[in-house]
Design a protein around this ligand. Structure first.
Ligand code: PEP
Ligand code: MN
Length: 371
């Protein structure tokens, strides 16, 4: 096992880009047409963006979705460079992508979440990168397994890559209620502890999966001392061929940037932000558990209906109240507080079961030959 703390990285310094936070990478999810790429790039350059992103090869969950234009789009990125002076970055997942991107003068690369999760793919890229001097950003793996992320960094490092950045884009989850990819802030925080010199960027677009979450997530990332942001922008977001709900216009990006409060990275603020990140995680977990509890309650509702039982089982409720209050006391909470919480949860469970009964009765009526 490598001692991560002993690994010596080099900073990613790009002439013409100052060290002010946030280091910004922006551009469309996918390069779709030459016009779309250039229109978006021109607006971003006018807004002061210095690094332009666009996906040329798109890893899509299902075949038949738009999988990127492929190599011809690299020509458009070249035009972006010459016309606007921006640096360009794209995602590579195979040796072939890498060679083509390098041949066409792409300045920086990123490895996507679906690639970081696969050690074979990362190793193939690392082998192909031997002797190549290019900064590589590594997105967190889809699954919340920090060791896969660490492993990808080690593979690149072993191949001689020293200019590496991290992009936190959230982790896949079956619960899509709040985030498309829940942040699980404790994972990037641990990653920063293990690799203190690697710049950490946040990708609020893939994390939230919704335009209206970009501002808040970007601010949270800044409060956690992230170096930068990768934000998806499109000249006509509603017409985007991929990830349209999460792309914003370059104009909207300007508003997000204007609204960001960049605080000094003094220790106390950092500590507070870390704690707040933990609170966000806990609240999210609580919501997930509430939702699970309600699902089970509805199942119980079906059972009661089938067995002719009434919804309210007073004895059981009485037991729950007493049991949870004393459990809570043992966990340093007041029994009064726990009782109030249980009451609210219980009344929502009862309501859910009533909904189940109404639904089932409604269905029976509709299916009855007399109606
Ligand atoms: C992307 O940046 O467009 C992308 C596919 O990202 P991720 O790998 O984070 O899903
Ligand atoms: Mn995308």
């Amino acid at each position: 096992m490598r001692d991560n703390m002993a690994m010596k990285f080099e900073p990613i310094i790009l002439p013409g880009i100052d060290q002010k936070r946030p280091l910004l990478i922006s551009g469309p999810c996918s390069a779709e047409t030459e016009d779309q790429v250039l229109a978006t790039a021109r607006q971003l350059a006018a807004a002061g963006v210095k690094i332009f992103r666009a996906g040329v090869w798109k890893p899509r969950t299902k075949p038949g979705s738009f999988e990127g234009v492929g190599s011809p789009a690299l020509e458009w990125l070249k035009r972006v460079k010459t016309e606007t002076g921006m640096y360009v970055i794209t995602e590579v997942a195979t040796e072939k992508h890498l060679h083509e991107a390098m041949k066409q003068g792409v300045d920086l690369l990123w490895i996507g979440a679906r690639t970081t999760v696969n050690p074979f793919a990362v190793q193939e890229l690392a082998d192909a990168l031997k002797g190549v001097d290019i900064p590589v950003f590594v997105k967190n793996p889809m699954s919340p397994d920090i060791e896969l992320w660490v492993g990808a960094i080690e593979r690149l490092y072993n191949a001689g890559i020293r200019r590496i950045g991290l992009i936190h884009r959230g982790f896949s989850s079956s619960e899509k209620a709040v985030y498309r990819n829940p942040p699980q802030w404790h994972i990037p925080i641990e990653m920063k502890r293990r690799f203190p010199s690697l710049p950490m960027l946040c990708d609020p677009s893939h994390m939230g999966g919704r335009r209206d979450m970009i501002r808040k997530l970007s601010q949270q990332a800044m409060d956690l001392n992230y170096v930068g942001l990768m934000i998806e922008t499109h000249c006509c977001p509603d017409e985007a061929w991929s990830d349209k709900q999460q792309q914003i216009t370059p104009e909207a990006l300007k508003e997000v940037l204007k609204s960001l409060v960049i605080r000094d990275t003094v220790q106390t603020t950092e500590d507070l932000s870390v704690l707040r990140g933990q609170i966000d995680d806990v609240d999210y977990e609580l919501l997930r558990l509430f939702s699970k509890r309600m699902r089970i309650s509805r199942e119980i509702g079906h059972y009661k209906l089938e067995h002719g039982m009434s919804i309210l089982q007073t004895q059981r409720y009485d037991y729950i109240l007493k049991d949870r209050a004393s459990q809570g006391e043992r966990m340093d909470m007041s029994s009064d507080f726990v009782k109030r919480v249980v009451e609210v949860i219980h009344s929502e469970s009862v309501r859910q079961q009533m909904v189940v009964m109404e639904e089932v009765k409604g269905k029976k009526k509709r299916n009855s030959p007399n109606v």
